[in-house]
Design a protein around this ligand. Structure first.
Ligand code: ZN
Length: 402
């Protein structure tokens, strides 16, 4: 046997050992298959708090620790691979892990019956209050500002394991809510069966809501990105994840890059401590006949994204916002201000009805390395815009949040 052959056999053995170490023996065969091409992810300084919250009259759904662990680890790989593809390294949200390779899920028994925690009517707020109380008395259980809370489906006239619901299912602030039911199992992923379709609905939702809980707003990719990569997760990817190609936009990844649970293990950043928007200057928006050109100057290490959108602009009417990453186009000046710009081709604004016809807006999102984000909005009417025009941006004031 040649030495090179021996070396490649040794290499293959090492890879196999890594895979078997990463995927626990007691995971399902389907999970082992899906996690076989796992990439090695960077260790993180902070992890998402994964909480399984159960009304005091309910039991967790059978085998939840294995099922939720498999689903979360596969999702972590999706986020990690998308971050790597977008140039941010093999990095994903950190998860608290147990020695047996499962995610360390905090089982929290609610103070009240499950009906105290409905989808609407304050159920989420009440749950978060109880979680805060728990963290206050168990500070070691809190791994970051970000909590991912899973509740078992209700069983009543409307809701059951075949039609799960009743519980909160959304993301806001640094928290997000998802649900669990009997067939919520990665073994159904991608299958054209009732269980497979149901899994995409709730697992895609789980993936999308977690995005919100990790700081992401709704956004769509450009026409080119959608043509080559499918559906953006923070657009309608909650309906495609697991069934057809689904991806993360560069702008989503630029926000995750500054999100707490993605921070490298040596990070000493105090996350979300800054509540003042980076002092952006000289914002200009020009229409050159083919593109909207946004330029500005921002303090160093400021993240800047732009989103082009049709009215109405409220949250949950913003899935269509086509997102662009605004890039540095020169060195910083003596004051530390960096010129930044992006050219947004009108031909890339897929899904928008009002291109060159009616009202649109360009939102500018700026963020700091501590994960804080601020937005401002430029609204204009295409009826008043000719090629070569400088679109008036008015007095821009940034507000914190999405
Ligand atoms: Zn959403």
């Amino acid at each position: 046997m040649k030495i090179s052959t021996v070396l490649s056999l040794v290499g293959a053995l090492v890879v196999l050992q890594n895979v078997s170490a990463a995927v626990p023996q007691h995971f399902s065969d389907r999970a082992k298959e899906l996690l076989a091409d796992s990439i090695e992810l960077s260790a993180t300084a902070h992890q998402v708090n994964v909480v399984y919250f159960v009304g005091n009259d309910m039991k967790p759904v059978a085998d939840y620790r294995r099922r939720i662990s498999e689903l979360l680890l596969y999702l972590q790989q999706f986020y990690g691979k998308e971050m790597a593809r977008n140039g941010y390294g093999s990095r994903a949200f950190g998860l608290p892990m147990k020695e047996n390779g499962e995610v360390d899920i905090l089982l929290l028994r609610a103070q009240g019956p499950h009906t105290d925690y409905p989808y609407s009517g304050g159920g989420a707020t009440k749950c978060l209050q109880e979680l805060e109380e728990y963290f206050a008395s168990h500070p070691e259980a809190r791994h970051s500002h970000h909590s991912f809370i899973i509740m078992p489906t209700w069983h009543d006239e409307q809701n059951n394991d075949k039609n799960p619901g009743g519980v909160p299912f959304f993301g806001y602030g640094t928290n997000c809510f998802a649900l669990d039911y009997a067939d919520f199992d990665i073994k159904h992923l991608g299958h054209d069966t009732p269980e497979g379709k149901l899994l995409t609905k709730w697992y895609g939702g789980f993936a999308h809501e977690l995005g919100h809980g990790l700081n992401l707003p709704h956004n769509n990719g450009t026409r080119s990105l959608n043509n080559s990569l499918g559906t953006a997760l923070m657009n309608n990817g909650n309906y495609t994840f697991g069934m057809s190609p689904t991806y993360m936009t560069p702008s989503s990844c630029s926000i995750l890059d500054c999100s707490e649970t993605f921070a490298p293990v040596d990070s000493s950043i105090e996350f979300y401590s800054n509540h003042t928007a980076p002092a952006v200057q000289d914002v200009s928006l020009v229409y050159d006949g083919d593109n909207l050109k946004l330029s500005l100057r921002s303090p160093q290490e400021t993240l800047v994204n732009a989103y082009v959108q049709d009215p109405p602009y409220q949250v949950n009417r913003d899935y269509d916002a086509v997102a662009f990453r605004v890039e540095a186009v020169g060195e910083h000046d003596a004051e530390g201000m960096v010129p930044m710009a992006v050219s947004m081709p009108l031909s890339e604004l897929n899904g928008l009805q009002n291109v060159r016809n009616g009202e649109q807006c360009v939102d500018i999102l700026v963020g700091g390395s501590d994960g804080s984000r601020f937005r401002t909005r430029i609204i204009f009417n295409w009826d008043n815009v000719k090629p070569g025009d400088n679109i008036p941006v008015g007095e821009l004031s940034f507000s914190e949040g999405y």
